[in-house]
Each structure stands twice: as structure tokens, then as C-alpha cells.
Design a protein around this ligand. Structure first.
Ligand SMILES: C[S@@+](CC[C@H](N)C(=O)[O-])C[C@H]1O[C@@H](n2cnc3c(N)ncnc32)[C@H](O)[C@@H]1O
Length: 216
């Protein structure tokens, strides 16, 4: 619990440093953005763990929720309708969104299962969840895992492998994902937007898209 609060403090205190990553690693950011775009559905969407709105804004997602007020301040400047809160207890009425996006936030959640329950509640019938994350078992995941102690943001993160995430999703009623991957090169070495390929295993950044099961 203490670790989770510490990771929150990092976003609160180092928002500017967080923003700098996108400028320094422009092609990695654009590759991730294209990866998410490749699986983004139409309709009314919300991003959970919206941060500074680096994904929501260019993807046309109007709503975002995050516990860090200093991250949300920047997201608001990017014209996102922001809500303070956490994924585990969404202050949102049921059946209100066509899709939910979570990108690079899974590793910071206190309780993934509770968050998935909440997502099911706020999604409309046949609503879609898009989940994008660094695969711990990929070459990049291994680099992040190795360097995490020295990084204020990732120090207290809990990285998951794609297999672990798929298992958790299935248990929570999000089965049969469509899967894409990107970031086949270290972010700092990329000279162009990276390829988007299907499946997972090679790319550092994995994107899953699945529908809420009809029976749930
Ligand atoms: C790495 S940032 C990702 C931000 C944004 N999605 C992006 O990709 O730029 C992780 C975000 O998750 C937020 N966060 C931490 N714990 C959370 C929780 N329990 N529920 C929702 N968001 C959380 C942090 O405040 C932070 O803004």
C-alpha cells in the first residue's frame, strides 16, 4: 500500500519530468499512439489513468480519470474532461461508455480485479476494453524491470507479462482479445515510427482489445 502511495507521489511531484519523456522519445510515443489507434473502437470513451492526456487528447477521447491532480491539470489543458479518482472505485454511473482505455497504468493499479469489475459496470452492453502495457517478458519489459529501482515512476510498479494479463482478463469476463504489439527497438534508438504487428512476444508495448462478455 505504502509503495502504491509512493508511486502516486512520483506522478504528483514529477509531472514535468513525465512530460519530458514524450519529447525525448518521440518515435516511441508515436509508435505507442499508433498501436492504441490500431485497436480503438468508435463511440464514447474514457481513459482510466489518463495522466496528462498524452493519449486521450490525440485519440479524441473526451473523458479521463486519474488520482494525480497535477497530471490532471495538464490533461485539462489538453481539453480532456477530467475526473479525480482511481480505477478501483470509478465515480461514474453504470452503462455509460462504449469503450474504456487503460494505457501504461495497469502496473500502478492497487487491485486489477476490482478495476476490471468497475470497468464492466461502466461499459455499455458489448462495450470494449483496450488495455495497453509494457510486457514484462519482452526485451523492453526486462530493461524496465532492471532499471525500475532508479526510476521514480516505475520504482513501485508491478509489471505484468502479457500471459498474466490475458489470464486475469479472462477470469474477469474479458475473453478472446485481439492483440497487437509495437516497440521492437529501444525507445531512445528509434528513428521512425515502429511497425504494428499482430500478436505478442516480440514487441515491448502490447495492446489488447476485447468485448465485455454478453453474459456478464
Ligand atoms: C504511466 S502514467 C500513464 C498516463 C497516461 N495513460 C499515459 O500513457 O501517458 C500512469 C498513471 O496512472 C495513474 N494511477 C496510479 N494509480 C492509479 C489508480 N489506482 N487508478 C487509476 N490511475 C492510477 C497515475 O497517477 C498516472 O497518471
Amino acid at each position: 500500500m505504502k509503495n502504491r502511495i509512493k508511486s502516486l507521489e512520483a506522478f504528483e511531484e514529477h509531472t514535468e519530468r513525465y512530460e519530458e519523456w514524450f519529447a525525448k522519445n518521440r518515435f516511441a510515443y508515436l509508435s505507442e499512439l499508433e498501436g492504441v489507434k490500431s485497436l480503438l473502437p468508435a463511440g464514447k470513451g474514457i481513459e482510466i489513468g489518463v495522466g496528462t492526456g498524452r493519449f486521450a487528447a490525440p485519440l479524441g477521447i473526451k473523458f479521463g480519470i486519474d488520482p494525480s491532480l497535477s497530471m490532471l491539470k495538464v490533461a485539462r489543458e489538453r481539453k480532456i474532461k477530467v475526473i479525480g479518482g482511481i480505477g478501483e472505485y470509478l465515480p461514474i454511473i453504470g452503462n455509460s461508455f462504449d469503450y474504456v482505455l487503460i494505457t501504461t497504468t495497469l502496473c500502478f493499479l492497487k487491485n486489477v480485479e476490482k478495476t476490471l469489475e468497475e470497468i464492466k459496470r461502466i461499459l455499455r452492453k458489448n462495450g470494449v476494453l483496450i488495455l495497453a502495457f509494457i510486457d514484462r517478458e519482452s526485451f523492453l519489459g526486462k530493461v524496465y524491470q532492471k532499471k525500475k529501482e532508479k526510476n521514480p515512476f516505475y520504482k513501485n510498479a508491478n509489471f505484468y507479462s502479457a500471459n498474466e494479463v490475458i489470464k486475469k482478463l479472462k477470469k474477469s469476463g474479458f475473453a478472446k482479445p485481439t492483440i497487437n504489439q509495437t516497440l521492437f527497438t529501444l525507445p531512445e534508438n528509434l528513428q521512425k515510427i515502429d511497425d504494428i504487428k499482430d500478436s505478442y512476444g516480440k514487441g515491448g508495448f502490447v495492446i489488447l482489445r476485447m468485448r465485455k462478455n454478453r453474459e456478464v
